[in-house]
Write a protein that binds this ligand. Structure first.
Ligand code: PLP
Length: 370
């Protein structure tokens, strides 16, 4: 038994490995007092754009704001419909409602947990304008099928990449396949700031210009406001931290992949557990390691009693949430989503997680089922 609790994520473990560089970067910004749109913002935009191999990268205040500005720049408005999976974080749907449009929830593929293209075809109407695939847990959605449907119906594709920094779909980076990619740098994400931060990326120059204006009160110059915008800038302190952390992202993603493979090796033959499925076109980055398990709630309780923290991402699908009752969905509408939400369990996973801890966690899971 581990006396110290094993956390789902451990941000302190990572900070310990990069403390010097981070402290130096933060102190440099504070000494310059260049807090708003300082040099580090454009430096980080350039570096992240290069990392993804995309033309334009625009730093914003969060992943949620990235999604909001993306839809706003496309021109989403009242009466429009946007198709998205119900099995995602609420932010993906919220931003649609902010613009007066209607979220249309699709079911997922129950192996990859990503939107099912057949569902998209079923849900398209005259009002549909955008599809938002979510590369959930760091596993890419089936982009070829989604792009084909979007082309046929003249729809935009906005990728929610909040969990997929560096994940690849057929050798291409998630976020660079659709019209716009939206990233979150929430602290626990694969690339995390020390507060809220996000990024919008695109190869479309017109959309990029629009998003640049929107994030900063509709201006490029100090007091000339071309359009009505928002206060959605990425702040310099977060950019300086992200610049340092980006240097380690590939290594950290590889450590996540290695840790995931240790789990997979140890859980493969536990018949009550289904390990994550990886399709042959995907290089996932394991934002989370999510199993499907029998007696999920009791297993979660048991692991807690053994000092192991787990999570459920997400326990109640969006189409059944109180906030979206007004849309009129009912239980049974999205069967795969609902089944998955009853069985999923996120096990501890972060780059610094040690193999002996993973072995202990897997032993506890086996003990529970024996
Ligand atoms: C984290 C997350 C968001 C929101 O990002 P924030 O930076 O927290 O606003 C959106 N979508 C998904 C799938 C997420 O995991």
């Amino acid at each position: 038994m581990y006396n110290n609790k094993i956390n789902l994520v451990d941000l302190t473990a990572q900070y310990r490995t990069i403390r010097k560089e981070i402290d130096k970067a933060v102190s440099r910004v504070i000494n310059k007092t260049d807090f708003i749109m300082g040099d580090e913002v454009s430096e980080f935009e350039k570096a992240y754009g290069k990392f993804l191999n995309v033309k334009f990268a625009i730093g914003v205040s969060s992943g949620t704001d990235a999604l909001h500005l993306a839809l706003k720049a496309i021109g989403i408005k009242s009466g429009d419909e946007v198709i998205l999976p119900s099995h995602t974080f609420t932010a993906t749907a919220e931003v649609i409602v902010w613009l007066g449009a209607t979220p249309v929830f699709a079911d997922i593929d129950k192996d990859t947990f990503t939107i099912d293209p057949k569902e998209i075809s079923r849900l398209i109407s005259k009002r549909t304008r955008v599809i938002i695939p979510v590369h959930l847990y760091g596993h890419p959605a089936p982009m070829d099928e989604i792009i084909e449907i979007a082309k046929k119906h003249k729809l935009y594709v906005v990728e929610d990449c909040a969990q997929s920094h560096g994940a690849k779909y057929k050798k291409r980076n998630t976020g660079t396949i659709g019209d716009i990619g939206c990233f979150s740098f929430y602290p626990g994400k694969n690339l995390g700031a020390y507060g809220d931060a996000g990024m919008v990326v695109t190869d479309d120059g017109d959309l990029a210009e629009k998003i640049k204006l929107l994030r900063n009160h509709g201006r490029l110059e100090k007091y000339t406001h071309e359009i009505v915008g928002y206060g959605n800038r990425l702040d310099t302190l977060q950019a300086s931290i992200l610049l340092e952390k980006l240097k380690h992202l590939k290594k950290w993603n590889n450590q996540r992949i290695k840790n995931a493979s240790v789990y997979t090796g140890l859980l493969m033959n536990v018949k009550e557990v289904q390990i994550p499925v990886v399709t042959d076109w995907a290089v996932p980055v394991y934002h989370l390691y999510v199993i499907k398990a029998e007696k999920r709630d009791r297993l979660k309780e048991y692991l807690k009693s053994q000092n192991i923290e787990t999570g459920i991402h997400y326990p109640l699908p969006l189409h059944l949430q109180p906030a979206y009752v007004y849309l009129g969905y009912k239980k049974g509408d999205l069967p795969h989503t609902e089944e998955v939400s009853r069985k999923i369990l996120s096990l501890p996973l972060y780059p610094e997680l040690t193999t002996d801890k993973i072995q202990y966690i897997c032993q506890c899971i086996k003990d529970f089922f024996s």
